[in-house]
Ligand binder design. Structure first.
Ligand code: ZN
Length: 432
């Protein structure tokens, strides 16, 4: 840092990292002093109010989300920019997670990568645009709570926005500065088998729900194999995985109840309705009348912004100008995500304060929005500054954006996941 002035985006990233906003992740062993989004949300609210935005906290007062709006007279379009407030926990971090350290052009600290740098870039860009009075679109800046687990914050924000629908959404996430236009969706479901209980000394008097469920499991296996042939060129195959199973009440009782929970990764075009029909079809095919689909819930909708959408072309142009990779991404998430639920498969790998680990984790992390990754560097020619410049241009130059195929607009189109998903599941298993 010696001799070099910190850019606003770096300064803000460090400010934000100092404010713990760990997602409690339904754990009971986390220190309340570091959990919850409230402190960070309040900090942002005051910062954005100082910039003249109408900023407020919405949703659960204990775990609020932030919505800040700037209106422009006669603006034809509304752009929504978003960056989630919560971070994953700090297990295993070797350095102080909340004392951001700068070294070798990187910032180390919890959330520096995912995704406080993203919020910092948004705020820094906005600050510059406002300072030059160049905001030409209505702007909604969102910081949503609980992205890492249940997405309650997005639901709160959507409820707050009501009928207000943005024309464009850009969300910051760690994507290695790639524009992500496609990702899989997630459906969770429970199958439940009923039987007739009796004492195990004479099983013929009862009917085992576990046996029925076991047959259903084989039917699911068959279905999963079929799904393996359903392949999206960018995202890979649709998948089905049974994650939990249970049933019965005692060893000496024929069980009258058994259940399983499954995770289905969906390709664009698939959703909870199609998945439920498919599951019921598989049960019917094998005449499994004692097994039913108890519930089937869309945890996250898939995203499929067409490759020739003007927003994608515009973002590609902006990336090219910045000397960055322009091909829309989706492949990495598609390959790495299935079955790698952050709450389950690799719970300990998330905390190490090392870029390689962070990158690993981020590649596994859900691409919930159309994304822009901001990796902060300290040099003036840094990617973050370039992206910030692009964001600034996007916010400032609607004429250059909307006319002539929106060449300069560094955003991508409204995300399906942001507008349609997050209905949530009663089981809320933490889609990730
Ligand atoms: Zn994130």
């Amino acid at each position: 840092m010696a001799g070099r002035r910190e850019s606003a985006s770096v300064r803000y990233t460090r400010d934000y990292v100092r404010i713990p906003s760990v997602n409690p992740m339904r754990r009971t062993d986390l220190d309340p002093a570091i959990t919850g989004e409230r402190r960070y949300a309040e900090h942002l609210r005051e910062q954005l109010r100082a910039l003249g935005l109408d900023a407020q906290l919405v949703g659960d007062p204990a775990r609020p989300s932030l919505v800040a709006e700037a209106r422009v007279a006669d603006a034809g379009e509304t752009i929504l920019v978003a960056s989630h407030l919560d971070t994953v926990p700090v297990d295993g971090m070797q350095s102080d997670p909340f004392d951001p350290r700068v070294a070798d052009g990187r910032i180390y600290g919890r959330g520096a990568c995912d995704t406080k740098s993203g919020m910092a870039a948004l705020v820094a860009a906005l600050e510059r645009v406002l300072a030059h009075k160049r905001l030409r679109r209505n702007l909604i800046l969102v910081g949503e709570a609980d992205e890492e687990l249940g997405s309650t914050g997005v639901r709160d924000v959507l409820a707050h926005l009501g009928t207000q629908h943005p024309d464009w959404v850009i969300a910051t996430e760690p994507t290695e500065l790639r524009c992500v236009t496609r990702h899989k969706g997630i459906v969770h479901a429970e199958l439940r088998a009923s039987g007739v209980a009796c004492h195990s000394s004479d099983p013929s008097r009862g009917k085992s729900a576990i046996t029925a469920l076991a047959r259903a499991l084989l039917a699911l296996d068959e279905l999963a194999a079929e799904l393996g042939t359903r392949v999206d060129p960018n995202l890979g195959a649709a998948t089905l995985s049974v994650g939990r199973i249970g049933g019965g009440s005692a060893t000496n009782i024929v069980p009258d109840d058994a259940w399983l929970l499954l995770d289905r990764r969906c390709l664009p075009g698939e959703d909870d309705v199609s998945v439920r029909a498919e599951l019921e079809g598989a049960l019917a095919k094998h005449d499994l009348t004692d097994v039913r689909v108890e519930w089937c819930t869309l945890e996250k909708a898939s995203l499929a912004t067409p490759a020739d959408d003007p927003s994608v072309l515009a973002l590609q142009a902006a990336l090219a100008e910045a000397g960055l990779e322009t091909a829309p991404a989706g492949v990495a998430f598609g390959r790495l995500r299935p079955g790698l639920d952050r709450a389950g498969a690799h719970p300990r790998r998330v905390g190490r304060d090392r870029p390689g680990r962070d990158r690993q984790r981020n590649l596994r992390a859900p691409a919930q929005h159309p994304l822009s990754y901001v990796r902060l560097r300290l040099t003036a020619r840094s990617a973050s500054l370039r992206l910030r410049a692009r964001l600034g241009t996007a916010l400032a130059s609607p004429s250059r954006c909307s006319a002539a195929a929106s060449r300069r607009l560094g955003v991508t189109k409204v995300s399906h996941s942001f507008t349609q998903s997050h209905r949530g599941s009663p089981a809320g298993a933490g889609a990730g």
